[in-house]
Design a protein around this ligand. Structure first.
Ligand code: ATP
Length: 358
């Protein structure tokens, strides 16, 4: 498997700038997800890496080799669109052996490599069965087997789970991640689904309008979103945003609605020292970081109470602003009730640039 490096890649379709000078690196064996809304340039990026699209500028490297001018066949990649698309009339064995036979490899070589992969993926016991007899998980293994039997340098997957139902998708996510780790396959996976990205990726490249917004681990993009776009795109229910102003009291904090003061953490104060930020900011707080408290500084009215069993989603009204909180399932509140709230782990964004400040 190879390391993949994309440098300043750009591609236009007429007036549309599908991708604009994007750069990122995928380490050998790493699982990288390209995540973003429809039309942000994910598929174009993947197709450029596959050699199915010619970039206007920029370079693509597999290890030290510049592959930008190579055709798709010479790149030795496996491009998987749907993990369930198997040849229905062929057995498991023949599905996996298919790419090797298509390449015209000698019979013994085909047999050796096919058996190896079947064993490795633990599907050798079902090798004579046809796809319709298989469970979803088994089909996925066969599809992966067919992709890895060629020993590609990199796996490219474009929304491979989009056509399966939600329950199966949940199971498949876990299986796929496990398999990817075990074969240490360098993988680039395109999706618009932030849950898929968060659960499977080692590293997420968040894109919007052909630009890279942030590159980071799931933990980084969730807890330290680089800007309001990333903060909004990741997490469900999404992060709450409240306009405020920086204010120096005993320590620096944010005042919202001119009345509620929330002091910054030490780490945030240090981050603030290094930047020149306008006074106008947006305070961001994730729903799970809002708690009820006896003597909180923020008074709120219960607006909507949605019990989900294990937890409750509660929409509060803080003066004019609606804010969603995820509270433990054993807390019951009724509409109109007035409570005190405490915000933990707040994030501060510059109101003008929309970038994370602290
Ligand atoms: P989706 O999930 O909807 O496929 P995406 O993030 O993968 O979205 P791309 O398919 O890469 O986005 O498209 C990026 C932009 O380039 C879009 O505005 C799209 O309409 C445009 N585009 C992509 N391919 C072509 C093409 N062959 N001809 C013209 N425009 C294209």
């Amino acid at each position: 498997m190879s390391l993949v490096r994309v440098e300043h890649l750009s591609k236009r379709f007429g007036q549309v700038e599908a991708i604009k000078e994007i750069s990122f690196q995928v380490e050998e064996g790493e699982f990288v997800v390209l995540l973003g809304p429809s039309g942000c340039g994910k598929t174009t990026t993947l197709r450029c890496i596959a050699g199915l699209e010619v970039p206007d500028s920029g370079r693509i490297f597999f290890d030290q080799e510049d592959v930008t001018d190579l055709g798709p066949a010479a790149r030795n990649i496996a491009f998987v669109f749907q993990l369930y698309a198997l040849y229905p009339h062929l057995s498991v064995y023949d599905n996996v052996a298919f790419p090797l036979r298509a390449e015209g490899l000698p019979k013994e070589e085909v047999e050796k490599r096919t058996e190896e992969v079947l064993k490795f993926l633990q599907i050798d016991g079902i090798k004579h069965q046809k796809p319709r007899k298989l469970t979803g998980g088994q089909r996925q293994r066969v599809a992966l087997g067919r992709a890895i039997v060629r020993r590609p340098r990199v796996f490219l997957l474009d929304e491979p789970l989009s056509n399966i139902d939600a329950k199966l998708r949940e199971i498949t996510r876990g299986e796929l991640k496990k398999l990817q780790r075990s074969i240490k396959a360098t993988t680039i996976y395109v999706t618009h689904d932030q849950v898929e990205a968060m659960t499977m990726a080692d590293k997420i490249v968040v894109m919007n309008f052909g630009d890279v917004q942030q590159i980071g681990s799931p933990h980084e993009v969730y807890h330290y979103p680089a800007n309001l776009f990333v903060a909004r795109f990741i997490g469900s229910p999404g992060m709450n945003f409240i306009p405020g102003e920086l204010l120096q009291k005993e320590r620096l904090g944010v005042i919202i609605n001119g009345s509620y003061f929330i002091p910054l953490e030490e780490e945030q104060l240090r981050a603030m020292e290094k930047q020149d930020t306008s006074r106008k900011v947006i305070l961001g707080v994730r729903p799970e970081n809002i708690a009820l408290t006896e003597e909180g500084t923020i008074k709120a009215e219960v607006y909507v109470f949605e019990p989900l069993g294990a937890e409750n989603v509660v929409t509060f009204k803080i003066d004019g602003h609606l804010v969603k909180a995820v509270l433990p399932g054993d807390i019951y509140l009724s509409s109109g009730e007035i409570v005190n709230l405490h915000f933990k782990e707040i994030r501060i964004f510059d109101a003008q640039t929309e970038k994370l400040v602290a």
